[in-house]
Design a protein around this ligand. Structure first.
Ligand code: CDP
Ligand code: MG
Length: 836
């Protein structure tokens, strides 16, 4: 019998034995840290004592398949240098290709090292932020599975839902959740380490978080050295899928000592990239055609199609289902008649060939792998094609919708959509293996670009576009625009094909377009967005000097000044003495309420429009109530009038003068009915939207109740006719003399949105769209598509606009989002337009 300790059982957990080394061994800024793995227990002990770090190992058991899969993840080999860097530095940057294992493994490294476990040196939780809810949820369940732990031990928290418990060790959350936690606990005492994931996306929340955390870390360290409190210093790990991290790592306002950057070597198989000869403007049909062709001609392997929004995705899924679902194929096989003999029916006509189509075919063959192959990293230097022939003017190729009949495959497709508004259980379907004998086809927004690694993808079809929230600073109108992605994004998308083996990426755009129109990287969101919300958020965290805030990329000073001015006008900020920019303080009254209720300080300038097409994850406020997405898909099929008539409660309230009240009444009815699917089906509303609005309403109610117990929050509980509650009033628009639903915004109001020079129209989704157009309407938001639409509209009366006897209107704009008493901000008189 061999003594037990001489044989290492094959499945035994690999323990981390890091060699703790002194800090100066770490290379200067940007240097790849790769320390030799010569760990000695004594060395650990000594250096650990030297640096004040003691380690405690938690033993974990992983399922065998997980153990096997982990061995293939590049980051697992880097556990030691990563843990060393983390233990010796307060801030560490980790870069690694999507799919290298950052999100799932780094929390596990920390957990095994004792982070998040009471009694260890770092008992505070491990917090990981994600820009998307779907990622927070799926990653929490994945890590719980990998560690064989419960969902309360490895939990998630998103705005409407949480599995967090007192025993939570690892907590995944959206970045919005952490920002709000900072408002109540600036020192983040519950945490020992925070991981900011997907930092390359440069979302506004990520940027603010990194700025704030750079200060929290200093404070926690200071407190620890001064022995002020018993909490240990906090650590920060910034994770990025690209190497473009200089804004974080080389920014000395952010971190005085540049944090080490760890590059996880990519384990990426080669991906051959194929540009289209022409840029298809009908990229949706083109994507279907491409997918059909891949399916018919190329060996097994999943197909991932990148499109821009829900409607496109649903459409493509429907069309592919109709042709390639198992059911459709079986149907076709059943129907297929035996081929008639020539002598029975005379000659069989040759199949018609569409000349344009044939052309496209030839083109694809000729300009395939060899001619248009480029590296994943976008090196197009050697393309030997006539550049003049490559157009970028969006000329359309005529394509058959579903590809080539003759090539129809008998293999079924397993078609899975993926976008933010998809119910979460359906979102999880992408991780399930497709039924045997079928090919996985995922049709996704850019959620699949870096957040989620879908297993088994070998082919990527990239439309080259993404829906981006744009905000026109001069007129206050925000839009969701389909715009070209950046070269970095295109490369990320291509990379998705090379996880399992060599892959192919088909770009539905020309290389000329890519070269001339694609930016290298996308711009940080903070530079594209209005920043009132940001300013207020920071003020509420008592960061009074916003100008000096360590933003990774500081916004324009001018915009900061503007934001403060607006907030001061709204009464949310007190002007600073001497008018120093960035020094105004939040007012307890409105500013505090605004912030604590998480409502927008100013609706028109809102940053959180919820568009059914968008990927916006966290509808921030009541404007959610006005968004069209409460309606079920079926509702769009029947006539709108019938839809509204179907809302019994709505009609019983007789409320057809305000969109907000209409939706509140529907939600009220939903709550009254005790929720449930049946109600939604009967009333043509989307269950997910109902549930979210309901939760949001309860949440806002609770917050307001908790912070302002004296306040009457009846608004959200008992419905009142809108003319008694000017709270939902927004902006004043004046009826256009031309009649109809076209309105001109009121003039003479020193309110930024009044810069809207164009006429605006009542959005077709509005209750007002079915009524005789009221003379005056107020609205919550503007959206530009074909024209400028106003959403969240309510009819109003001049009597409400004008206070009796006073020639000014009461300022109720800001209170509208709060649903509190109207504020008292005065406005100069509106010049009444001739309404005849
Ligand atoms: O964060 P990063 O992109 O570096 O990688 P990750 O999300 O940690 O993914 C590591 C691996 O885990 C990938 O191969 C994923 O496909 C896999 N994974 C999975 O199988 N199921 C999940 N729910 C999440 C990840
Ligand atoms: Mg990740």
């Amino acid at each position: 019998q061999v003594p037990e300790d001489t044989i290492a059982p094959p499945t035994k957990k690999r323990k981390v034995e890091p060699s703790i080394r002194s800090g100066e061994r770490h290379g200067p800024l940007g240097e790849h840290i790769s320390l030799p793995s010569t760990a000695l227990a004594t060395q650990i002990k000594e250096s650990a004592e030297g640096t004040g770090i003691k380690r405690k190992f938690i033993s974990v058991t992983r399922p065998q398949d997980v153990e096997d899969a982990r061995l293939l993840l590049p980051i697992v080999a880097e556990e030691q240098p990563i843990m060393e860097a983390i233990l010796l530095n307060k801030v560490v940057v980790i870069c690694g290709e999507t799919g290298s294992g950052k999100t799932t493994q780094v929390p596990q490294f920390l957990y095994e090292a004792g982070f998040g476990t009471p009694g260890s040196d770092n008992p505070g939780m491990i917090g990981i932020t994600q820009p998307r809810r779907v990622a927070a949820m799926s990653m929490a369940s994945r890590v719980a599975h990998e560690l064989s732990l419960t969902s309360s031990k490895v939990s998630y928290q998103i705005r409407y839902d949480a599995t967090v418990s007192p025993e939570t060790s690892i907590k995944f959350m959206t970045d919005g959740v952490l920002l709000r936690e900072l408002a109540t606990d600036f020192l983040l005492k519950k945490y020992s380490v925070i991981i900011i994931d997907e930092a390359h996306e440069r979302s506004m929340n990520t940027d603010i978080l990194i700025g704030v955390l750079s200060r929290v870390i200093k404070l926690r360290e200071q407190m620890w050295s001064e022995k002020k409190d018993d909490i240990k210093p906090l650590r920060l790990i910034i994770m990025s899928a690209t190497l473009r991290v200089t804004d974080f790592a080389e920014n000395t306002t952010l971190f005085s000592t540049p944090p080490p950057i760890i590059n996880v070597p990519a384990r990426q198989h080669p991906v051959t990239t194929h540009f289209s000869r022409r840029t298809a403007s009908d990229y949706v049909s083109e994507a279907i055609r491409k997918a059909s062709k891949i399916h018919a001609r190329l060996p097994s392997g999943g197909i991932l199609i990148f499109l821009t929004g829900q409607n496109e995705i649903s459409g493509v899924c429907r069309k592919l289902e109709a042709r390639y679902s198992r059911k459709a194929i079986e149907e076709r096989q059943r129907k297929r008649k035996p081929v008639p003999r020539e002598d029975e029916y005379g000659s069989i006509p040759l199949p018609k060939v569409d000349p344009t189509h044939a052309d496209v075919e030839a083109e694809d063959v000729d300009l395939g792998v060899e001619d248009l192959a480029i590296d994943v990293d976008g090196d197009v230097a050697d393309i030997d094609v006539d550049m003049d022939a490559l157009d970028s003017d969006g000329e359309t190729e005529t394509n058959e919708e579903l590809g080539i009949d003759a090539e129809e495959s008998e293999t079924p497709m397993h078609i899975v959509p993926l976008y933010a508004l998809l119910p979460s259980d359906k979102q999880m379907r992408v991780f399930e293996p497709p039924p045997s004998g079928s090919r996985l086809v995922v049709v996704s927004t850019n959620v699949a670009e870096t957040s989620l690694t879908i297993p088994g993808i070998r082919y990527v079809i990239d439309c080259g576009r993404a829906k981006e929230r744009r905000y026109d600073v001069t007129n206050g109108i925000q839009t969701f625009q389909v715009s070209w992605i950046s070269k970095a994004s295109a490369s990320q998308r291509a990379g998705r094909a090379g996880r399992t083996g060599p892959g192919h990426c088909y770009r539905l755009y020309s290389s000329a377009l890519y070269e001339n129109y694609f930016d290298q990287f996308s711009q940080p969101e903070i530079l594209r967005m209005p920043i009132e919300g940001v300013v207020l958020q920071m003020k509420s965290m008592h960061i009074d000097s916003v100008v000096n805030f360590p933003f990774p990329t500081p916004p324009d000073r001018h915009n900061l000044r503007k934001a403060e001015t607006t907030l001061t006008h709204l009464g949310a900020l007190k002007p600073a003495i001497g008018g120093v920019i960035g020094q105004a303080e939040i007012t307890e009254e409105l500013g505090g309420r605004c912030h604590c209720s998480r409502c927008r300080p100013r609706i028109l300038e809102d940053e959180a429009l919820v568009d059914e097409e968008s990927d916006a994850e966290e509808p921030e406020d009541l404007s959610h109530l006005t968004s069209e997405d409460v309606r079920a898909k079926e509702a769009r099929k029947i006539r709108r009038k019938a839809f509204f008539e179907s809302q019994a409660l709505h009609s019983s309230l007789g409320n057809n003068t305000s969109d907000v009240f209409r939706i509140l009444s529907v939600v009220g009815a939903y709550e009254y009915a005790g929720g449930g699917h049946k109600f939604c089906v009967e009333h043509f509303v989307r269950p997910k939207a109902m549930e979210e609005i309901h939760k949001l309403r309860v949440q806002i109610d609770n917050i307001v109740q908790a912070n302002f117990p004296d306040l009457d929050t009846k608004f959200s509980k008992n419905l009142q006719p809108p003319n008694k509650n000017p709270a939902v009033r927004k902006d004043i628009v004046e009826k256009n003399s031309s009649g109809g639903r076209q309105y001109t915004t009121a003039k003479g109001i020193p309110y930024k949105a009044m810069g809207i020079a164009e006429d605006v129209f009542i959005h077709p989704s509005s209750v007002l769209a079915n009524e005789a157009p009221p003379e005056y309407v107020v609205f919550l938001e503007t959206v530009r598509t074909s024209r400028v639409w106003i959403k969240g509209a309510a009819s109003t009366l001049p009597a409400i606009i004008y206070q009796e006897g006073h020639n000014h209107i009461r300022r109720n704009v800001d209170t509208s989002c709060l649903a509190l008493e109207p504020g008292g901000w005065e406005l100069p008189p509106i010049k009444q337009k001739d309404t005849n």
